[in-house]
Design a protein around this ligand. Structure first.
Ligand code: MG
Length: 222
């Protein structure tokens, strides 16, 4: 398991790590095509044929995570449509236990996300992550996705963390690999980012099904 005594800075991804990715999966793959077809007067299949390839082509790039970009691309008010399914926004099992425990330590806790400010704005009122976190860092503010080294260089400069004593927790294995390459000493993968889907293979990375499992047991803590 993680050696918490060697970690001062905890950097947490949002979607699929703290929050259930089901909201995003449902929104982009079902709700958006459904509403697009209604708003644009095309069939749902036609809507999917327009939306899916565009989403696939930019996967992992900064624009893929930009609500503004997709609003322009699809000529749709993405934020308004996200509010329509806001009841699906929620924590993954174990998240609140983990954050509550983390808050009892003296570690610095940061959100480090590819989600843009619009996306956080939709989710934040429902989850109030500011109750636990000491700072929010968005890749959009640096102009690099977390998958890119430019992001980690900018973040390290900004936060001033000691990479060797820092932990990144993410459900995106490409992001963990990039964090590792940048020198982050501790990495943890989430194997079940979406409550409605089967777990993913996290390869070489140490993993938990949900972050609640990263809370040390009494035996480990003593
Ligand atoms: Mg994620």
């Amino acid at each position: 398991m993680l050696d918490w005594a060697k970690i001062d800075t905890v950097m947490l991804d949002m979607d699929g790590t703290l929050l259930d990715l089901h909201f995003d999966t449902y929104y982009w793959l079902q709700h958006l095509p459904e509403r697009y077809s209604q708003l644009k007067g095309v069939t749902e299949q036609q809507a999917k044929n327009i939306i899916y390839p565009k989403l696939m082509s930019l996967r992992g790039q900064l624009d893929w995570y930009s609500i503004e970009y997709w609003a322009t691309q699809f000529d749709i008010d993405i934020v308004a449509l996200q509010h329509e399914v806001r009841h699906k926004i929620g924590f993954l099992s174990g998240t609140e236990d983990f954050l509550n425990w983390l808050s009892t330590t003296d570690k610095q806790i940061f959100l480090v996300t590819n989600a843009d400010h619009y996306s956080l704005g939709v989710k934040q009122p429902h989850v109030r992550l500011d109750r636990w976190l000491h700072g929010f860092y968005h890749s959009h503010d640096y102009g690099f996705a977390k998958e890119e080294q430019g992001f980690w260089q900018a973040l390290e400069k900004d936060i001033g963390y000691d990479p060797e004593r820092s932990l990144m927790v993410d459900d995106n294995l490409e992001v963990l690999a990039a964090a590792q390459e940048s020198g982050i000493g501790h990495l943890l993968a989430v194997s079940k980012p979406d409550s409605q889907r089967p777990p993913q293979d996290t390869g070489k990375f140490l993993s938990v099904e949900n972050v609640g499992q990263a809370v040390p047991t009494l035996k480990e803590a003593n």
